[in-house]
Design a protein around this ligand. Structure first.
Ligand SMILES: Cc1cc2nc3c(=O)[nH]c(=O)nc-3n(C[C@H](O)[C@H](O)[C@H](O)COP(=O)(O)OP(=O)(O)OC[C@H]3O[C@@H](n4cnc5c(N)ncnc54)[C@H](O)[C@@H]3O)c2cc1C
Length: 355
């Protein structure tokens, strides 16, 4: 195991922002992972676990401890009744695993095509898109407990999945390092068309699209929104959605609507169209962070220094050149402040801030 020093982190992130790691280790096995944690302990240094860097904003000063880059590889499979369980090493690239499954006609992850990052990153925030999330196919997650260097296998229920949430980014944040994830997928299963835009693309109820057609459609929607990593496309130099969609109670929604209508009335403006929302957990609704941002006065393409809102997706903050983390945070704060003032909602940041 090679321990390198003062390694710039920007090239390891999709935002391409951030200073150096004091120490940097590529860990290609569970043993190397344990050695890297032991090394950090010997230095009394903090640890940061790096996957594909697609959900990170690294500070301009970098990280003062040991960055452990997850690099293990391998996919195993076994039959489980009518389904197949794929156990995938955390360092495998998520999108290439999805492509392999779609090519082999296994359903369960087809709507998650085009999401960058590693397999190990997927349970952390319960990756989801276009009506699917990994919580519905994950059977178990294997991880190293940093407190005692023991390996643990978590069942799906133990992972405590919720919207962009799991045990790994909430109650046990930074305690476990995921080394592999097992997904239960179905051979020749039907694709998920739960998402409106996808369902509309395949309107004929008598003809079920193939998994390949659905995942290709997801990729093309992503491409049109700058949410597919493409060389030279500045709108895709992002960390995906920068804000989570806020979940509020039904009574909060009524308060927000009344407040917006009253403000419009006082300002002599026509009342805003009703606030779009979707049913979430019982008694709660999910609002669209993108709608709130636009209605707080931030159009797509809005720029602050070299940081900007994507010209194709209001939720993605992008690096338009040599943007600094400080510029990204300044843009984040301006957006948050105005959304809070206008709607009484504090937007929650999705990418992890590394400092
Ligand atoms: C263009 C674009 C589109 C995106 N679209 C979506 C989307 O549709 N839906 C969605 O949910 N996300 C989306 N994302 C966000 C991101 O791709 C996912 O969250 C992804 O799963 C992050 O994985 P990663 O390996 O890059 O993690 P990193 O960014 O490296 O790390 C993210 C967090 O996970 C932790 N982590 C990573 N690997 C491990 C591990 N093995 N063990 C323990 N902790 C770990 C890190 O410590 C950090 O806290 C998008 C990002 C981009 C750039």
């Amino acid at each position: 195991m090679e321990i390198r020093e003062n390694i710039p982190l920007a090239p390891y992130t999709t935002l391409q922002i951030g200073g150096p790691a004091r120490w940097f280790v590529d860990a290609a096995s569970e043993e190397e992972l344990a050695q890297a944690v032991t090394f950090a302990r010997s230095k009394g240094a903090p640890v940061f676990v790096l996957g594909g860097g697609s959900n990170l904003l690294v500070s301009d000063k970098g990280f003062p401890g040991v960055v452990i880059h997850i690099c293990n590889r391998g996919i195993r499979e076994k039959m489980d009744g009518a389904a197949t369980i794929f156990t995938v090493a955390a360092g495998e690239e998520w999108d290439s695993f999805v492509q392999q499954m779609v090519d082999r006609d296994f359903s369960g992850v087809e709507c998650l095509a085009g999401i960058p990052g590693t397999v190990g990153g997927t349970p952390v925030q319960n990756v989801g898109a276009y009506g699917q999330e990994v919580a519905s196919t994950i059977v178990s997650v294997r991880a190293l407990d940093r407190t005692n260097l023991q390996m643990i296998d978590f069942s799906n229920a133990q992972c405590q999945f919720g919207y962009r949430r799991s045990l790994f980014n909430s109650t046990a944040r930074e305690r476990y390092i995921v080394t592999s994830v097992s997904y239960r997928l179905r051979l020749h299963g039907t694709p998920s068309l739960a998402y409106k835009e996808l369902a509309e693309a395949f309107p004929d109820p008598s003809s079920i699209p193939s998994l390949a057609q659905v995942s290709e459609k997801v990729r093309s929607i992503r491409r049109s929104k700058g949410m597919l990593l493409m060389d030279g496309d500045l709108d895709s130099r992002s960390a995906g959605s920068f804000f989570k969609n806020p979940v509020v109670s039904e009574s909060q929604l009524a308060d927000i609507s009344a407040r917006v209508t009253k403000e419009a009335h006082l300002a002599g403006r026509p009342a805003a169209d009703s606030i779009p929302h979707f049913a979430a957990e019982p008694g709660t609704v999910k609002l669209l962070a993108g709608w709130l941002i636009e209605h707080a006065g931030f159009p797509r393409g809005f720029t602050l220094g070299k940081a900007a809102i994507s010209s194709r997706h209001t939720l993605a903050l992008v690096n338009r050149g040599e943007a600094t983390a400080a510029e990204m945070l300044a843009l984040r704060d301006q957006i948050r402040k105005r959304v809070l003032a206008q709607f009484g909602i504090m937007l929650e940041q999705e990418p992890v801030y590394v400092a």
